[in-house]
Design a protein around this ligand. Structure first.
Ligand SMILES: [Zn+2]
Length: 262
């Protein structure tokens, strides 16, 4: 999964679920040579997005840290994990986080329309009770894989056409051969990357976005508790700043509101 994930980090296209909502022609984060800009959002805004859970140890650790700092986040979960850990979805909901769809099991390829739709619909069925009515349903595609076939199929379904996505990121991508930001790098033993290094790298990337006058959409994973430690260190750094950082749920973005039917 980590290999697939690292491959995904290079993929930078952005799309919505429907053809008429296609980010490729009207991108949520237009690439301007200086990274992805989230329009209509102040540069001190940070969207924390946390993928690939809920996991037995990583998710409670992440929720504890977020609670300590009173910071909301958007969790892109897998149906096959969520179905066994509904208590963690309940906790996300109760503590003000947003639950979102990351497909059933992180497969990158779907052999048929039916398998694609089932993966997303089954996850929707599991997570829907934990998404407040006022929030928008969000989707992030595993591995960042997206194309018009998926867009058409998603849009053809009444439930999935309500989704906005897939949602990409502008912090936490990490190039596999560089020691830059990506939390999964600090999970690996022996590669010389520590949690502190990862936290500093995330912090610098957020500051860079700020200097470029763009908000930060941060990619993290609650697969291992080490990511919670990273977030602890990152939030401590941000709290000490003279900049007053503001954390929001990912469905707050104007472009997402615009593309939602609500
Ligand atoms: Zn993922």
């Amino acid at each position: 999964m980590k290999t697939l994930l690292s491959l995904a980090l290079f993929i930078t296209c952005s799309n919505l679920f429907a053809i008429q909502k296609d980010f490729s022609s009207n991108m949520t984060f237009p690439f301007e040579g200086r990274g992805y800009r989230i329009r209509g959002v102040p540069r001190n805004v940070i969207y924390l997005t946390i993928d690939d859970g809920p996991s037995r140890d990583g998710t409670p650790a992440m929720l504890d840290i977020l609670k300590n700092y009173q910071v909301p986040a958007t969790f892109f979960v897998h149906g096959n994990l969520a179905i066994r850990r509904k208590n963690l979805l309940e906790r996300m909901y109760r503590e003000g986080h947003l639950v979102a769809n990351h497909s059933f099991s992180h497969v990158l390829d779907f052999p048929s329309s039916r398998s694609f739709l089932n993966s997303l619909l089954e996850t929707d069925r599991i997570i829907a009770p934990f998404i407040p009515a006022e929030n928008i349903k969000l989707f992030r595609s595993p591995g960042g894989v997206w194309n018009s076939w998926r867009s058409q199929n998603g849009n053809s379904n009444r439930i999935l056409s309500q989704y906005v996505g897939p949602l990409f990121w502008n912090v936490g991508g990490g190039s596999p051969n560089r020691q830059d930001d990506a939390d999964w790098k600090c999970w690996r033993r022996g590669n010389g990357v520590t949690v502190s290094m990862c936290a500093e790298s995330y912090y610098q990337q957020i500051l860079k976005n700020y200097r470029l006058d763009q908000a930060s959409l941060v990619l993290l994973h609650d697969v291992k508790p080490l990511s919670a430690r990273l977030v602890d260190q990152l939030l401590r750094k941000l709290n000490r700043d003279s900049i007053r950082w503001e954390f929001r749920l990912a469905d707050d973005m104007p472009i997402i509101r615009e593309y939602s039917d609500r």
